[in-house]
Design a protein around this ligand. Structure first.
Ligand SMILES: Cc1cc2nc3c(=O)[nH]c(=O)nc-3n(C[C@H](O)[C@H](O)[C@H](O)COP(=O)(O)OP(=O)(O)OC[C@H]3O[C@@H](n4cnc5c(N)ncnc54)[C@H](O)[C@@H]3O)c2cc1C
Length: 226
């Protein structure tokens, strides 16, 4: 899996703080941007976040390049509707000798791994064979979820907070969770105030919404506080 932050709105925290200040000021945005120093900006952003006044977070966006993830992951990712995606097409790009993601549970079980690799080899062969008879858009029907893909994804900061809440939770599936954790690390480096409190609700709000499926981490966190 390769995940990188390709680009993002310059000075994202300043933009969010200026957007919020505009609501309470007669000054136009360029002047508000000039008036903001680092301390004011940090205080503003944290206050907005704590109040749940998150619409100013929508003015800044972050663009990620994602490679070498499975189609199983991308299917989950694009369920996050408040984002924009471009994904390598299996209609226009042939998946000759496709690469695939091997889950750890399969990789560490010799019998499962042998079976898995045999299936992948067979599918690669069958896919190749089908291309002799039908277009790639139809041959792709035999491709597995494990097949790797590439995407570009652009999220605004508010949508990213929602994404991190759901996908860094230990209930999230391991592959998308690993990707979400990398994305969170990347955006924290460039916008620490926006994302310092991003993550699963057990950590950020002291609550867990997973009911019977809860991993129990909230209890551990509460125990540490005592
Ligand atoms: C652990 C886990 C397990 C999951 N299991 C399943 C599963 O078994 N089956 C399944 O189908 N999905 C499953 N999902 C996907 C999940 O249901 C969501 O589709 C996905 O997490 C996207 O979340 P979202 O809608 O909040 O994000 P976005 O689509 O980015 O939306 C962000 C927010 O915008 C608002 N919003 C967006 N669109 C609308 C709308 N049309 N109407 C009203 N408000 C809107 C909502 O407040 C929403 O939270 C799972 C997700 C997780 C994290």
């Amino acid at each position: 899996m390769r995940v990188s932050l390709v680009q993002y709105t310059p000075e994202p925290e300043k933009v969010v703080a200026a957007a919020a200040r505009l609501c309470y000021s007669s000054d136009p945005v360029p002047e508000l941007l000039e008036q903001l120093d680092d301390e004011m900006m940090g205080n503003f952003v944290r206050k907005l976040r704590d109040m749940g006044h998150l619409s100013p977070f929508e003015h800044v966006s972050f663009q990620f390049s994602i490679d070498g993830v499975s189609r199983s992951l991308s299917h989950q990712l694009v369920r996050h509707r408040i984002a924009s995606y471009s994904q390598r097409s299996q209609r226009y790009v042939k998946e000759n000798g496709f690469e695939f993601v091997t889950p750890l549970s399969i990789g560490r079980n010799p019998e499962a791994l042998a079976r898995f690799e045999a299936v992948m080899a067979r599918l690669q062969e069958d896919y190749q064979e089908l291309l002799n008879y039908v277009p790639a858009e139809d041959a792709r029907y035999v491709l597995p979820n494990a097949c790797t893909t590439s995407l570009m994804a652009t999220f605004n900061a508010r949508s990213l907070l929602n994404f991190f809440e759901h996908r860094t939770c230990s209930r999230a599936q391991w592959e998308i969770r690993a990707m979400a954790e990398t994305m969170l690390r990347l955006v924290r480096e460039v916008a620490p105030n926006l994302f310092s409190e991003a993550g699963p609700t057990c950590r950020t709000q002291g609550v867990c919404h997973q009911g019977a499926y809860s991993c129990g981490r909230l209890k551990t966190l509460e125990g540490k506080k005592k």
